[in-house]
Write a protein that binds this ligand. Structure first.
Ligand code: GLU
Ligand code: ZN
Length: 321
């Protein structure tokens, strides 16, 4: 048990919670409670164009209905622009970030010329076209020169394979240069990239343990690189199994996941039961306990035995059917 544990759930308010996001919410809450730690909620509303007005309040109400209460007032990323800018400035000063004026087409052409394939999900691996020479930038480039195109800011990725550990998935490795390239920290349209915002906020909130959906596993090496560039250690990671939709694809707000039905106690218990089952917890526990609070308490005990007490690594763990 650690008393310095801080965990978080960081939903994007693009719609209400669904069966998939409840799994991440429940897992992060269980891990925090099982460690005797604190659990925070952060509203990841940097990409205002994708956010749905009122979805933040709805998500917070849904969490409360499920008995998942944050230990602090939720943090909103949309209010943190000045902090993100300070961190980007620091990275630029250290020569770890630089401006990029490439269009998507220009990146495609550069990759064609280099005869390089796309990344593993078909996305473009930025070939470093705008990357300046080694060493810190000679002038503070925070005020951009009048450019023909708006500019994005990219992270200068060091070469080599990044190794890290996931508490559920075990040893992980990614060659970020080869698989992702110098990634975007601030977009040309002025929006902050998820990678920068999430790292800056996890640091600001003192997050020690990150528990979130497995769809984000691929992002973790980029976030570890950012943390290292800022001089911080790597937190503990646990990526939870994904809920798949009928088409076998990850259930998400984007592919039309249904909002959770939580309008009567039985529906709340059913939603929590299926989230717990996804996490490999005893399905019966929730339904036998006569109220939500005791069901949650039973799962905390089960979670602690499985994931906390001398058993941090279970690479062979498989969720129930
Ligand atoms: N906001 C992200 C999402 O909803 C989660 C970010 C994280 O947990 O690191 O998918
Ligand atoms: Zn560029």
């Amino acid at each position: 048990m650690t008393t310095s544990y801080i965990g978080r759930f960081a939903p994007s308010p693009t719609g209400p919670l669904h069966a998939g996001s409840l799994v991440a919410a429940l897992a992060s809450w269980l891990d925090a409670r099982a460690h005797g730690g604190r659990w925070l909620v952060r509203i990841e509303d940097v990409d205002q164009a994708r956010c749905l007005p009122g979805a933040d309040e709805l998500i917070l109400r849904q969490l409360a209905t499920c008995g998942l209460h944050p230990d602090e007032t939720p943090l909103y990323q949309s209010r943190r622009g000045a902090t993100y800018q300070r961190v980007l400035d620091a990275l630029v000063q250290r020569g770890r970030a630089y401006p990029c004026t490439c269009s998507r087409r220009k990146v495609e052409l550069a990759l064609e010329q280099l005869g390089r394939p796309r990344g593993r999900h078909g996305e473009l691996v930025y070939p470093g076209t705008c990357r300046p020479g080694p060493g810190p930038a000679p002038v503070a480039p925070v005020i951009p020169p009048p450019a023909a195109r708006a500019q994005a800011w990219r992270m200068r990725v060091p070469t080599g394979v990044l190794l890290w550990q996931d508490r559920r998935l075990g040893a992980q490795a990614q060659d970020v240069t080869a698989e992702v390239g110098d990634f975007v920290l601030k977009r040309a349209d002025g929006y902050w990239a998820y990678q920068l915002a999430v790292v800056v906020d996890d640091l600001a909130q003192g997050v020690t343990h990150i528990v979130r959906g497995e769809d984000l596993t691929d992002n973790t090496p980029r976030q570890i690189l950012l943390l290292q560039s800022l001089g911080y250690p790597t937190p503990s990671y646990l990526h939870t199994p994904l809920v798949l939709g009928p088409n076998g694809e990850k259930l998400s707000k984007q592919n039309g996941a249904q909002a959770l039905e939580l309008d009567h106690p039985e529906a709340v218990r059913a939603a929590l039961d299926s989230a717990a089952t996804m996490l490999g917890l005893s399905a019966g526990l929730g339904t036998q306990a006569n109220d939500t609070a005791s069901a949650l308490a039973a799962w905390v005990a089960e979670w602690r035995a499985r994931w906390v007490d001398g058993n941090q690594m279970r690479p062979s763990y498989n969720p129930g059917p």
